[in-house]
Design a protein around this ligand. Sequence first.
Ligand code: GLA
Length: 772
Amino acid sequence: MIDVHKKVFKLDTKNTSYIFTLSPQGHPIHIHYGSRLPSADVEALRLKNNITLGSTVDYAPGYCLDSELLEYSGIGKGDYRHSPIECMLPDGSFTTDFVYEGHRVTQGAYENDCGLPFAMGGGETLTVWFRDTKFKSLRLFLNYTVFPECDVIARNAELHNGENGEVAIRKFMSAMVDLPESDYTLLTLNGSWAKEAHIQDSPVSYGIHVNDSAVGASSNRHNPAFLLKKTGADELQGRVMGFNLLYSGNHYSAVEKTNQDTLRAMLGINPHCFLWKLGYGEKFVTPQAVMTFSEHGINGMAANFHDFVNHHIIPKHFRNVQRPVVLNNWEATFFDFNRRKILGMAKKAAELGVEMFVLDDGWFGKRNNDRAGLGDWVVNEKKLPSGLGALAKSINAMGLRFGLWFEPECVNPDSDLYRKHPDWAIQIPGREPSLGRNQLTLDLTRAEVRDYIVDSVDKVLRSANIEYVKWDYNRHISDAFGSTLQNQGEFFHRYILGLYDVLRRIFKEKYPHILLESCSSGGNRFDLGMLCFSPQVWTSDDTDAMERLDIQRGMYCFYPPSSISCHVSMCPNAQTLRNVPLSTRFNVAAFGVMGYELDFGELTPEERRQIKEQIEFYKTHRHTFQFGRFSRYFPKPGQRESWQMAGNGEILAAIYNLSYHAIPTRDTLRILEAKPGKIYRMKSVPQKLRINRFGGLIKHVVPIHLKADGLVLRFADRHFAMTDGQEDYTCSGETLRSGVNLAMQYSGTGYGKDLRITGDFGSSLYVVREEA
Ligand code: GLA
């Protein structure tokens, strides 16, 4: 709900209020962002500036912009904190001073046909506009859309030039927030390839902390999302404010602790190499920033963003639609496959309950390794002699749907496409372009390149019954240059607009029913912009379950499990050589869009039996796993972590061993979303243990002498497994919230039927159901 009364703007969501007003001079003054307030008590809430401080510059007597909490700031009128906007005006100066001119409130979400995606289905939108005090036809528009049910506010800014001269924009943030206190910890997601989204906590300290990307994509280095937690806040409680950006390119966010112990945060397009010139009558629209607030810790804040993504970002066609269990052939075959191999893999997958077979890289052109073929979207007839149509048909006949991998934004120099159109690849005339994974990026700022991508992908999609596309993008941009652009300062942003144009034409206009999984060497482009087109993202090429705990833990702060694609893969793991029990590999992948990336034919019959059970279990609880309410906490920091999903009258709760020692610590598990006043039954999910996990120790539990690597045990390992202890409790919601003491874990003294034999990298999973 948006209320405007006597120049006080009050934006309410279910549990939050956002308030700002105008100074007598017309500057927007921030008043409050936090818990919902019944009224806008501006006098009580406003940061007091009874005196002006020494060595400051006054805008008017007793009025110093540097001391005010502002909604958006300019440059050159006394506010020396870093500014959200920097542009050179027609007189060559950089000073901007925007004062209030008007406002309007409209029903529904913000819309603009500038080519960027925006959140859909909001309640109301407030637009306030300001004009510069010298260049009176240069206008700044601030837009705010409220999403009441999920406590999210979306914001962006526009600059309209009605002046006769040119305005050159060097920096233009989507949103800025000034807060009266600065005792926050900044949480960002940092990483690299195969190591995405590792949480970093940085206490906010004097100066500016920047979280940005300059690789041309939102990046695996620094995800655009960040949060601010107030002193004392953690997963379960305390005040937390979350921010994110609907943008897939170079982003920038900065948090500044000021000399007056206030805090300024802002986010938007990265000013790095950015220069946008606005002529008379032109405007620039920034991507949407979103923010949310919760009094209930990181879990509360994350739940808001999860609801928001599931209801206002994901394409309509896939809202609340359960995602299929896929088998992807990449880690199993890499480029080395043919029709027979693929059909063999698919047959086993169908027998185990998989729903979609995804054929990854290597099916097109002369693509037998990553040095050739990229760009040539015609089927490789040596590998697939009867083509994709026939392959899809055979796979469909097994009861599986069919999905296909593409990487349309890139080209290998060794490809027919590059030989025909070398100028379509991004490169600077007279400079040798640098390769990344042996490939160049295509210049998506050019219309004919975008048309080629749309047409060639369309042709393939028409040739077979393809119901899922994995859209990959495996390099960063270097040698940035748009060969048809007048101003290279536009390049990075125009590339992203080009990408959105291509995605819109293929997946919104032509094939809205195709499930798109976006990927960029894993999570190099895991952002809200991509999620507007692709309901799920391949999170990381690192499929090691212990590594995935670090990666998914970070992603859950901002992105819902329904968007986080997770595969169970072979052990030893391709990235870490680690052996993690199959049960834990499943227990981690299940908290997202679960699939497999291995050759079932290389598993033992016993493992295949277990996988069949896993898939059955996942399908039974899939809606909760993908769309339930997620929460996490550390029952024993550093030693145990728990992930839980609640919904549909059940709670699925996992507890993972982060580290494991002899005489393992006793585990108490709190079921966070259990409701007081209800009775629940909590049962462990039966898990199996591979016999060969015990090695030579097995002689202690069987009466006859057996060699650890002998034929008998190898046979037994293939066909049998040991069982893990079972737990079954009936108790109140209050008891569950307070914590259930779980059965002990194995500690070298016996194998009893009640013991949890999890060991290193072990985990347990529980189903908690409301009793009727
Ligand atoms: C990237 C993706 C992988 C796989 C390969 C294929 O690395 O992240 O999942 O698709 O490309 O080349």
